[in-house]
Design a protein around this ligand. Sequence first.
Ligand SMILES: Cc1cc2nc3c(=O)[nH]c(=O)nc-3n(C[C@H](O)[C@H](O)[C@H](O)COP(=O)(O)O)c2cc1C
Length: 180
Amino acid sequence: MATVTILYASTSGHTEYVTQLLEECWHDEKSLAVRRIRAEVARSDDLLGSDILVLASGTWNAGGQEGHLNLHMHEFLFDRAKNADLQGTMVAIIALGDDRYFYTCRAGEHLRRFVQTHGGEVMEPALLIVNEPYGQEEKIRLWSNKLQKALLAPPSSARLPDESEPRRSALAQPGSAETQ
Ligand SMILES: Cc1cc2nc3c(=O)[nH]c(=O)nc-3n(C[C@H](O)[C@H](O)[C@H](O)COP(=O)(O)O)c2cc1C
């Protein structure tokens, strides 16, 4: 059985909603075991041991500066999990934000940097949810389908399969590792 850990932080409930939907998408998939953990209660070990780790966070103004991780995710990653060794860990990223901010969805970049500086491999593309997630369920479902396919039939690279051109074309925008 393939395993997924979704580790998330959420202040107003948006990231929680997205990760809840993700879990529901996989609920009936018997070959997948999914667990969802809030950053507040997560331990460093929770980052390890799954076939895919999903890190999800909104973008906040922690410390008075915009474009930061959710405070709970920041505390978890840069305090309790600061010495985590993600070697061999495949990580999918979900970032939320609003387009009225200059650093829209920048939480995704912080998550990416954490993964890469701790030896993990980022699966492309990240899921970016700009503005409220309500009404964006189809986008979330499509992304979850791709992740599931990558999980159950792992491609040779850490790129999620394109629905229209399976396993051939890159989904990420040119010049950016993330798409909206
Ligand atoms: C005080 C505050 C600061 C924010 N700063 C940013 C930001 O810098 N960039 C961004 O894209 N979104 C920013 N947002 C929007 C949130 O990231 C967005 O509402 C997100 O969906 C919240 O997710 P959550 O409820 O799961 O924490 C901010 C929102 C608030 C209330």
